[in-house]
Write a protein that binds this ligand. Sequence first.
Ligand code: AMP
Length: 179
Amino acid sequence: MKLVLIGIQGAGKSTQGNMLSEKYNVPYLSSGHIFREMAKEKTQLGRWLKETLNSGALVPDETTLEVVLTYLEKPEYASGYILDGFPRTVPQAEAFNGSIDKVVYLKVSDKEALWRISGRNDARDDETLQAIRKRIALFHELTEQVIEYYRGIGKLVEVDGEMNVQEVFDACVKSIEQK
Ligand code: AMP
């Protein structure tokens, strides 16, 4: 099973990603997590990534593709994965021909997402209101085109992400398994 989860920050991608990972017995992989780990390194690349992440800007496509595609070559991802946060731009989607089964769009309004994020009490360094707003703006500007790209090739399923966790999960499974 190869799945991609798309949605704004606060849509529930990591919650659902981990539940789907357990159900389909394939690893969950978040590109944001990979970058956050790399940003801890005391190297020039690490410092540059830290600044990029904290600002809410995207890592350039070329770097993202190199990092994520290299990661996916690891043997543990050979039989499948649940991918969160990648691809985020049309050039990334076009360069990524990973024979994906389905792309799940967890649809949540900006208002609901901001409400959920503001209620978290374990905010990370890159979760300032400014960075979150920038990420949401970039989602509308760039990632919505990725949604249309996958809709165009018949891989997109849309799930209302504003229901409760179990209802969203059930809806994801139902739409993933629909032929
Ligand atoms: P996330 O946890 O998915 O919100 O990602 C956190 C940060 O990592 C983003 O704000 C970007 O700076 C970077 N990032 C993660 N995935 C990508 C991607 N596919 N393309 C570009 N930047 C990314």
